[in-house]
Design a protein around this ligand. Structure first.
Ligand code: PHE
Ligand code: ZN
Ligand code: ZN
Ligand code: CA
Length: 428
């Protein structure tokens, strides 16, 4: 499997071209993401407000306001041609349902999943938190269905039950359905904050690149998210790469942020966070909502629609340079370099090894950190006479700086059989 080192440049050029030509056919090889109509997103928000108004003023877990919200989203998606699953969350208050919508087509072993929580708190209609993320995601999904482009990766959308009392809907999904085939999970929570900031969680991650690119192109260069937490958590804990868009919750905008993005310094991004005034018409910044929705469309098109939509190489991974022969009764080394990861290794780092060998039980495999620390990967086993190693191993690298030159050390322990390190890959 080869990952092209991509596309940061190609993507940016294609994006710039699409913005400049404004609808004219582009010569670029990528299919430009559509400009989503923010009025359509606002119309979904109006529906969520009406649903709250008709159901005691909120859309919280375990209420009819939640159920009617779920009905609305499910009906829109079904009518547009999605395969819609209503997943009852047994761990959720009132056994609310997650709405899961699969767009038919694309490679299901490389699923890009996007989600937003559909519940609110009891104190109000939950318009910014999180009718905004729900409405933005819904309109991106409906636009995808209307345009029906050829998709390379499979796309799955989720509206989560019962986020507010502890990420219960998304946890239920990860525990019961699992994350097999999910290449990345992208989250939206609070994307129309009245005093908006522009935040991307895990901003340097591979799957944050489309968000970063788009927001920068419209003059809203994002910053790393500092508020926590939302439905990306269960996916990240299950080992799935995640990204997450938000315009901010209760934290206050700094002077520097106000100078950069506009708005009021010293005031919360959303002064109505978790309160009754999180309602229409006042508590949505339409410009922010429009940008975040278009950023989401850009990510969907970049990751799953474009022919050359290989996601940017994750800066926290490394691939070996080329094959290295394994010499009988000798230790050989294969290097792989990590640069620009900028953090420590994780406790759940992984090493994927592809070795051709005529008696794999001969081999002692170790991972050597840039500072020389050796991590055991696989020990010899004189009784394992099978050919070849094709396996992924977990290694706790939380004590290591990621950036630097790593090596796979392969010691051939027994006589007579030899082979070759074809390739190996490190995910920190
Ligand atoms: N997810 C939190 C909530 O729903 C708030 C939050 C939003 C945190 C956006 C971080 C970013 O209340
Ligand atoms: Zn909330
Ligand atoms: Zn929220
Ligand atoms: Ca040997």
């Amino acid at each position: 499997m080869s990952r092209r080192p991509l596309l940061a440049v190609t993507g940016a050029v294609a994006l710039a071209a699409s913005l400049l030509t404004a609808g004219a056919a582009s010569a670029a090889t990528t299919t430009a993401a559509p400009d989503i109509d923010v009025a359509a997103v606002q119309a979904h928000l109006t529906r969520f407000q009406s649903i709250a108004d008709a159901n005691g003023g909120n859309r919280a877990a375990g209420t009819t306001g939640y159920d009617r919200s779920a009905d609305y989203v499910a009906a829109e998606l079904t009518a547009a041609g999605f395969d819609v699953t209503r997943q009852t969350c047994t761990g959720c208050y009132g056994q609310d349902q997650n709405i899961i919508a699969d767009w038919p087509g694309g490679d299901t072993s490389q699923t890009i999943m996007l989600g937003a929580h559909l519940d609110g708190v009891r104190s109000g209609p939950g318009i910014n938190d999180n009718a905004s993320g729900s409405a933005a995601l819904l309109e991106v999904a409906l636009t995808l269905a209307a345009q029906d482009p050829t998709v390379t990766r499979h796309l799955r959308f989720a509206w989560w039950a019962d986020e507010e009392s502890g990420l219960r809907g998304s946890n239920h999904y990860v525990r019961t359905t699992g994350v097999s085939g999910i290449e990345a999970y992208l989250n939206l929570d609070m994307v129309g904050s009245s005093n908006a900031g522009y935040f991307v969680d895990n901003i340097n991650g591979a799957y944050s690149a489309p968000f970063r690119e788009y927001l920068t192109s419209v003059g809203a260069a994002p910053e790393e998210m500092t508020e926590c937490c939302s439905d990306d958590g269960p996916f990240r804990n299950a080992g799935v790469p995640t990204s997450f868009l938000s315009t901010g919750a209760s934290a206050r905008k700094t002077t520097a942020q106000a100078a950069k993005w506009g708005g009021t310094a010293g005031r919360s991004f959303d002064p109505c966070y978790h309160s009754s005034c999180d309602s229409l018409p006042g508590n949505i910044n339409v410009t922010a909502l429009d940008r975040m929705t278009d950023a989401t469309a850009h990510a969907v098109w970049t990751l799953a629609v474009d022919d050359d939509g290989t996601p940017p190489a994750d800066p926290c991974t490394a691939v070996s340079a080329g094959p290295v022969n394994i010499v009988d009764h000798t230790t050989v080394y294969s290097p792989a370099t990590v640069s620009a990861c900028g953090r420590s290794g994780s406790a759940t780092a992984s090493v994927t090894v592809d070795i051709t060998h005529t008696w794999r039980g001969d081999l002692v495999i170790r991972l050597l950190a840039p500072d020389g620390t050796a991590y055991p990967v696989a020990d010899f086993n004189d009784y394992d006479s099978a050919d070849d190693v094709h396996a992924t191993y977990r290694v706790n690298l939380s004590g290591e700086t990621a950036d630097g030159s790593w090596r796979l050390s392969v010691q051939d322990h027994g006589p007579g059989d030899t082979g070759r390190i074809d390739s190996w890959r490190l995910t920190l």
